[in-house]
Write a protein that binds this ligand. Structure first.
Ligand code: NI
Ligand code: MN
Length: 226
């Protein structure tokens, strides 16, 4: 199973046969300036944590180009279905089975709108693909039920926002790692705007000192094979 990072909160997950992308933000993503998505990735599904443009900005064009199904909560899926896109609507708690594995929508504490329209709640996902369990936290603050997620799932890699202002910062994300108990952590949602400027090495040293997890800092374009 491979984790492909495109900066901010945009990740693709692939096994030998399938590929999915989470929170596609390509155009306008400073980490992707001068880059494009690899042509060999063909996405069957696009998972959205919420409708903000730095997470859902490229979902319409990708869904059309790849013939992909967009997975989102009910309200966001309804807005996208109105545009003629293929969607799989669900709600928190829903465990969805796919040809590549499964995904369960779990809470995130944040807001959600799409092009200025109300888009339901923000979510995270626990995803199983290629035998690995990945937790994408979406945009969220620290919340106590991360301990429940950590108890319910043996997380191989937790993808956690650390940039602050709109999400957890380093201090809060270190506590999240202690609750989630993942094997690996990949920090996300930082150094995209001046307001979320930081050194991810600082998160790495603090999180590794406070937990058993290993922090893997990825750059846009990096591929990590688990
Ligand atoms: Ni957001
Ligand atoms: Mn965001």
């Amino acid at each position: 199973m491979k984790i492909h990072y495109f900066g901010h909160s945009t990740f693709a997950l692939s096994d030998k046969e399938h590929a999915i992308i989470i929170d596609p933000f390509i155009k306008g993503n400073p980490h992707m300036r001068g880059r494009s998505l690899p042509a060999d990735l063909h996405f069957s599904h696009i998972l959205l944590t919420h409708g903000h443009s730095d997470h859902a900005g490229d979902c319409e064009s990708l869904a059309k180009n790849h013939g992909a199904v967009i997975v989102a909560n009910f309200e966001l899926a309804a807005l996208l279905a109105q545009k003629g896109l293929k969607t799989h609507a669900c709600a928190l708690g829903g465990k969805l089975e796919f040809p590549w594995g499964w995904a369960r929508q779990v809470p995130a504490i944040h807001s959600s709108s799409y092009n200025g329209q109300y888009a339901g709640v923000a979510v995270g996902y626990v995803i199983n693909i290629g035998g690995f369990t990945i937790y994408h936290a979406g945009d969220t603050c620290l919340f106590g039920d991360m301990a429940l997620i950590g108890r319910r799932y043996k997380i191989d890699a937790a993808l956690l926002p650390i940039g602050g202002n709109f999400t957890m910062d380093i201090e809060e994300a270190v506590e999240a790692v202690a609750m989630l108990k993942p094997k690996y952590v990949v920090p996300m949602h930082y150094n995209t705007m001046p307001i979320m400027r930081l050194d991810p090495q600082e998160f790495k040293s603090q999180a590794e000192a406070a937990s058993q997890a290993q922090v893997r800092i990825m750059q846009a374009g990096d591929i990590w094979e688990l």
